[in-house]
Design a protein around this ligand. Structure first.
Ligand code: IPM
Ligand code: MG
Length: 402
């Protein structure tokens, strides 16, 4: 190909992307209000096992939801619906991030509890198809990735609001190799996309009486997209005069999370997609490992709840899948309960998780047969959850009121 032809091809590719994003902006401008779950006659919760360790850990979260929601299920107010087929084998068969029939079923639900799904990367034994997570976030417009991390004993109480549909992710599979030697990826920020996530973070702070929001970017270098994110934050903050806000760069923020003297000052953090991806793994590690963190993917119409970690195919290959830690997806289930208005049940499940994983720790999961199995952990949790003195127990351990 001549230089001119390469240039034309790249221009055409870019023009197509720009057009799509302009359309998306218009769509966001038209977007509807939030689903009100209290007005729904029936809430359908889709349970998607995923692949790798996904089905192994998801079944425990499923059982716990069944237990907690027993009355709602009996009265027909809630339905738990298992959706099969979101496996790497099926996705590869049709070369799609989410097979069409699975997506149709997912869209019939209100909220989804999703196990991890394998994301191929260049050089894997799988074709390099798009991540199912990324596709689902885009298809259902789940713009907010909300990831709380708490270590009550150390005074850590963080909640991360990660922008979930734009940034470096939205065109992550649509970069271009202009020549064999020149590769481009694209990063996208829109006013609407930035505003809705930043506003959600401020709203969360306001509703929960937290008077500080921290905005994280790398706007000193990534001047256009992160620059936009930061300037939108500045504007949104004006609507919340009671809340102090500050902005940090992602590099120093990453360091501050391990600074024991400073880190407890952070409460609500909001950031573009890729930074949120990275820093929430760090935060999860501080909390006790990625196996302990849940993740809510929230849009105005749909919401999806998942573990923040991957599908750990190696654990399956080595026959250790039953020893995978289900607490992350159970935490996601607690977030789901809160989202659909079952706040009391959600709190109880969170307390039980704290007791089992942070305070009492009667059994330990190591990911190997040296530790407890997911099944044993789920039993322990269920037992803790059934204890009518649960709240008092949690108070005793944490030194705080429930
Ligand atoms: C996460 C995961 C995903 C992401 C992967 C699996 C695509 O790391 O949810 O944080 O990068 O968002
Ligand atoms: Mg991640």
């Amino acid at each position: 190909m001549t230089d001119q032809a390469q240039l034309e091809k790249a221009k055409e590719h870019f023009a197509k992307l720009v057009k799509e994003q302009l359309d998306r902006v218009e769509e966001m401008k038209r977007s509807q209000g939030w689903t009100d779950y209290s007005k729904k006659e029936r809430i359908v919760i889709g349970i998607v096992g995923g692949d790798g360790i996904g089905p192994y850990i998801t079944k425990h979260a499923h059982a716990i939801l069944k237990f907690i929601l027993a009355d709602d299920i009996k009265s027909g107010k809630v339905e738990l619906r298992v959706i099969e087929g979101l496996t790497i084998e099926n996705r590869v068969k049709v070369l799609k991030a989410i097979p069409d029939d699975v997506l149709v079923e997912i869209k019939k639900c209100d909220v989804i509890l999703k196990g991890p799904t394998t994301t191929p990367k260049k050089g894997d034994r799988w074709p390099n198809i798009e991540s199912a997570n990324v596709a689902m976030r885009r298809e259902l417009d789940l713009f907010a990735n909300v990831r709380p991390m708490r270590v009550p004993a150390q005074g850590i109480d963080w909640i991360f609001f990660r922008e979930n549909t734009e940034g470096s992710y939205i065109l992550g599979s649509r970069g271009i190799n202009v020549t064999d030697d020149l590769a481009f990826d694209f990063c996208v920020a829109t006013t609407q996309g930035s505003e809705r996530i930043i506003r959600l973070a401020f709203e969360h702070a306001k509703k929960n009486g937290i008077n500080k929001v921290t905005v994280v970017t790398k706007a000193n270098v990534i001047k256009t997209t992160d620059g936009k994110f930061l300037s939108v934050a500045e504007k949104v903050a004006m609507d919340y005069p009671g809340i102090k806000w500050d902005d940090w760069f992602i590099d120093i923020m990453t360091a501050k999370l391990i600074d024991e003297a400073r880190r407890t000052e952070f409460r609500v953090m909001v950031m573009p997609n890729l930074y949120g991806d990275i820093i929430t793994d760090e935060a999860a590690q501080i909390q006790g490992g990625v196996g302990t963190a849940g993740s809510a993917n929230i849009g105005t119409k749909y919401a999806m709840f998942e573990a923040i970690h991957g599908s750990a195919p190696r654990m399956v290959e080595e026959g250790r899948a039953e020893y995978a830690d289900p607490s992350s997806i159970i935490k996601a289930a607690a977030m789901l309960l809160n989202h659909i208005g079952r706040t009391e049940s959600s709190k109880r499940l969170e307390f039980a998780l704290d007791i089992c994983t942070q305070f009492e720790k009667r059994i330990a999961i190591t990911g190997r047969s040296s530790g407890a199995s997911g099944e044993q952990f789920a039993h322990y949790l269920m037992e803790t959850l059934s204890d009518c003195g649960l709240e008092a127990k949690w108070s005793r351990y944490s030194g705080r009121m429930p």
